[in-house]
Design a protein around this ligand. Structure first.
Ligand code: 13P
Length: 259
């Protein structure tokens, strides 16, 4: 594709953080991101109770923020759930949906994830839809069947116009938090498959951002982000250290200039 796609680096803090450490981290990331914001998109997805703090510290800065999950509903008797509109009230623009930890520990189906993606879009949030295979599925040779079905569930529910506004994160479950990243070749292979699947639905979906997630570190970001179909990263552990997160952002900036 001749069209230039912008690189993204999004932090997923997961269930980490406390007020004092968040303040230091957000400040340092915002300071470092300022010089890169023209070249790449940078964001952080924080635990929901810290949205107000994040909004207060990041407003007017060149960095987006968001949540790690949303409800499929706008309001109602859904104890513990958080509506997309609630996140929007705190300036959130991003919502991770379908993270493998939610699929595994909260039994989220691909159909539920698809409806969360649509709900996010309806509220004006950019959904970052996570997909990925387990080690058993990879070893059984079913990676493409698994991620293809996870993507199809979303594409079947959304209109083409809606699908143009999503972000996909390919996160092989076996690479998350294990220190064992997919190789750049393994990741590129799946990303190319996903890009083709998007284009099969509609040619305009060639521009959907495809992020890689799973043990991205300053040391492997350059080679991952240098792949033709990898548009950046969704970063777990390394997003909790400002130097590591900013070093990864720097690699995305370098890769975006190289294309
Ligand atoms: P790690 O970067 O800690 O492997 O986590 C990846 C992830 O799950 C991001 O959503």
């Amino acid at each position: 594709m001749a069209e230039q796609r912008v690189k993204w680096v999004i932090g997923n803090w997961k269930m980490h953080g406390r007020l004092a450490e968040n303040a230091a981290l957000l400040q340092a990331v915002a300071d470092g991101a300022a010089a890169m914001a023209d070249a790449i998109r940078i964001g952080v997805c924080v635990p929901t109770p810290y949205l107000a703090q994040t909004q207060a510290l990041l407003s007017g800065k060149s960095l987006a923020w968001g949540v790690q999950d949303i409800s499929t509903y706008t309001h109602g008797a859904y104890t513990g759930e958080v509506a997309a509109e609630m996140a929007c009230e705190f300036g959130a623009t991003l919502a991770i949906v379908g993270h493998s930890e939610r699929r595994a520990y909260h039994a989220e189906s691909s159909e539920l994830v698809a409806s969360k993606a649509r709900r996010a879009l309806q509220a004006g949030l950019t959904p970052i839809v996570c997909i990925g295979e387990t080690l058993e599925e990879r070893e059984a040779g079913t990676t493409e069947a698994v991620v293809g079905a996870q993507l199809d569930a979303v594409l079947n529910l959304l209109s083409v116009e809606e699908a143009q506004r999503i972000v996909i994160a390919y996160e092989p479950v076996w690479a998350i938090g294990t220190g064992r990243s997919a190789t750049a070749e393994q990741a590129q292979e799946v990303h190319a498959f996903l890009r083709a699947r998007l284009v099969q639905k509609d040619a305009s979906l060639a521009c959907v951002a495809l992020l890689y997630g799973g043990s991205v570190k300053p040391e492997n970001a350059q080679v991952l982000f240098g792949q033709a179909d990898i548009d950046g990263g969704l970063i777990g552990g390394a997003s909790l250290k400002s130097e590591d997160f900013l070093a990864i952002c720097e690699q995305a900036k370098v890769a975006s200039h190289a294309h």
